[in-house]
Ligand binder design. Structure first.
Ligand SMILES: [Ca+2]
Ligand SMILES: [Ca+2]
Ligand SMILES: [Ca+2]
Ligand SMILES: [Ca+2]
Length: 379
């Protein structure tokens, strides 16, 4: 839990404490935030979920947990089916030019046995981009989502997730929408970072115009080693409202994919849980839906020719062009000259920039705020 002080203890202002406060003050006020003042001009991923109702349109998305061969993947109290193992399950799909994730009160995959005579789980869903976003530069993630009224105890989300090998320590940047909060008077959303499986959550109180039963646009920014920022577009004014900026700790630094899911918390997550939400024992067709109109990822001016965004322009970028030749249309499919096509002209751009390197994000941070404060700490 954030911001839980130890009441009654005298403040011990260690040098580290002073540096942290200075860092907060400088970053938040003098520099107006390291995520600010960057133009995110280049769309590297865009999904509008357009097309006939039915399956998701292409291979940009991964549904369920194909790498989990146990066939039983539970998030809280909700089972996420995987197409290879549960081919007839309902999955996130297209409906009215949006992606819809459905949460069912009845889970046909939960086995009833003498030892386990009552169903306790639900059937939900999750999808994520095949694309992983490498921690080599800043990103802006944006999605427009809608969640019609739902009972207490449910969670929908818009987040990034990735983990290292072999430890599987996970990193995340989250928007989490709790039915316990977004539909009641508190009108809060959860913003959350994880680094190496350590969590730093903050609840944000939303402005009056916020109503998740209508379309709402959210963004989060990720500059590895520098900042994470969460914003919301006020639908009345069109203004981007900063909900939270984090520039001190818990920086996700793994390659992460973009995720959406819909599930029910268990009692361990008290804030999101509701005991009155119970699994149906037979299929009464009780279900709730979460809609995603589009998802988009942008970056500032990319390194010329760096199609795979790994911070270097080299032979791997030729491979990206080759794999999407005459098919692709986005930067990460190899359109590095931005003409909407992937072809020989993109080879030329890579060739002309072969060997170029992006500055390390850590170096940028040290040149700015970090270097200044390290100097102060040593005096
Ligand atoms: Ca990490
Ligand atoms: Ca759409
Ligand atoms: Ca590259
Ligand atoms: Ca091109």
């Amino acid at each position: 839990m954030p911001c839980q002080g130890h009441k009654g203890e005298p403040m011990n202002r260690s040098p580290i404490f002073v540096v942290v406060v200075l860092a907060w003050g400088l970053a938040g006020q003098v520099f107006a935030g390291p995520c600010d003042g960057i133009d995110f001009d280049t769309v590297i991923f865009r999904e509008d979920f357009t097309g006939p109702d039915g399956s998701l349109p292409d291979s940009d998305w991964v549904i369920g947990h194909p790498e989990d061969t146990s066939g039983w993947h539970l998030q809280g109290r909700t089972f996420f089916p995987t197409p290879s193992q549960h081919p007839t399950a309902p999955f996130p799909h297209l409906q009215d030019n949006a992606c819809v994730i459905t949460h069912y009160n009845y889970n046909p995959y939960e086995k009833i046995t003498p030892e386990h005579p009552k169903k306790e789980t639900f059937l939900g869903g999750e999808l994520h981009t095949d694309l992983k976003f490498e921690p080599t530069q800043c990103y802006r993630f944006e999605a427009r989502v809608r969640w019609p009224q739902a009972p207490r105890g449910l969670v929908t989300s818009f987040f990034t997730y990735g983990y290292d090998e072999p430890n599987k320590d996970s990193d995340e940047i989250d928007f989490e929408y709790l039915s316990n909060e977004v539909f009641d008077l508190s009108r809060q959303v959860l913003t959350n970072t994880w680094d190496d499986s350590q969590q730093k959550p903050v609840q944000v109180v939303m402005p009056d115009a916020f109503d998740l039963t209508e379309w709402q646009t959210f963004r989060f920014y990720w500059c590895p080693d520098t900042c994470v920022k969460w914003t919301w577009i006020d639908p009345g004014t069109g203004n981007e409202v900063t909900l939270r900026m984090e520039d001190i700790s818990h920086f996700p630094d793994e390659a992460m994919s973009l995720y959406f899911n819909f599930w029910a918390a268990d009692a361990l997550w008290e804030k999101a849980y509701d005991a009155n939400l119970e699994a149906d024992q037979e299929d009464n067709e009780v279900k709730y839906e979460y809609f995603i109109d589009y998802a988009e990822v942008r970056i500032p001016e990319p390194l010329p020719g760096d199609a795979n965004l790994d911070g270097t322009t080299n032979a791997l970028d030729y491979v990206v062009v080759s794999n999407h030749y005459n098919i692709g249309s986005t930067w990460t499919e190899g359109d590095v000259n931005g003409d909407g096509a992937v072809n020989a002209l993109d080879y030329v751009v890579i060739s002309n920039n072969y060997g170029a390197h992006a500055p390390e994000p850590a170096t940028l941070a040290l040149l700015g705020l970090g270097g200044l404060l390290l100097g102060r700490n040593r005096r």
